[in-house]
Ligand binder design. Structure first.
Ligand code: AMP
Length: 180
């Protein structure tokens, strides 16, 4: 992806100070999604970061991960598996609790969402502490999925999320389009 494209995307991400609580600078991606050309550019970048690696299923994380995950899945012809906050999935689930940058949470996956050996790519809007992604990857591994990568639109590098992910599961590429 060209530097000018990265700059255009970065310029559209809005910093919201003290949301959802004091001390957090929330990266609001709504202006990117609301602009057809920028949204397409963001999906182009995420698809490019996969680099032709075969993927059976994309795991998208509740809720903004669904937006990017679904668009990428459609482009590459992969299935989409939602990892959701507790109590949202109707079928039998596996769940895991984890620490957030702001609080604690439980996420769940349908127990039949991934078959053993399926190649799984994790997609989310933003990598912060990595707690959410590490938890999602734990669920993928419990179901026997083979993790082939993790792709983010934004990475807050100062929070060291890559380290947390690699402590949970190692040996696959992690990419982000915008790094702060
Ligand atoms: P973490 O588990 O700390 O990596 O947090 C990642 C999840 O929380 C992502 O799904 C993001 O949507 C959300 N998140 C965490 N921090 C921020 C932030 N500063 N701005 C926007 N979203 C955030």
């Amino acid at each position: 992806m060209k530097d000018t494209d990265i700059d255009r995307l970065s310029a559209a991400v809005r910093d919201v100070i003290d949301f959802p609580k004091e001390g957090i600078v929330f990266k609001d991606i709504a202006p990117v999604l609301a602009d057809g050309a920028l949204f397409r550019l963001a999906i182009d970048g995420l698809v490019e970061s996969i680099g032709g690696t075969p993927v059976d299923k994309i795991v998208g994380i509740d809720a903004r991960g669904f937006i990017f995950g679904a668009a990428v899945a459609d482009r590459i012809g992969a299935g989409l598996v939602p990892v959701r906050k507790k109590g949202k999935l109707p079928w039998r689930t596996r769940s895991v609790s984890y620490a957030l940058e702001y609080g604690e949470s439980v996420i769940e996956i349908h127990e039949d969402a991934i078959s053993p050996g399926e190649r799984v790519l994790l997609v989310d809007d933003l990598l912060a502490t990595g707690g959410t992604s590490a938890a999602a990857l734990q669920l993928v591994r419990e179901l026997g999925g083979e993790i082939v990568g993790a792709s983010f639109f934004i990475e807050l590098a100062f929070l060291d999320g890559r380290k947390a992910i690699h402590e949970a599961a190692d040996g696959f590429p992690i990419s982000a389009l915008l790094t702060y």
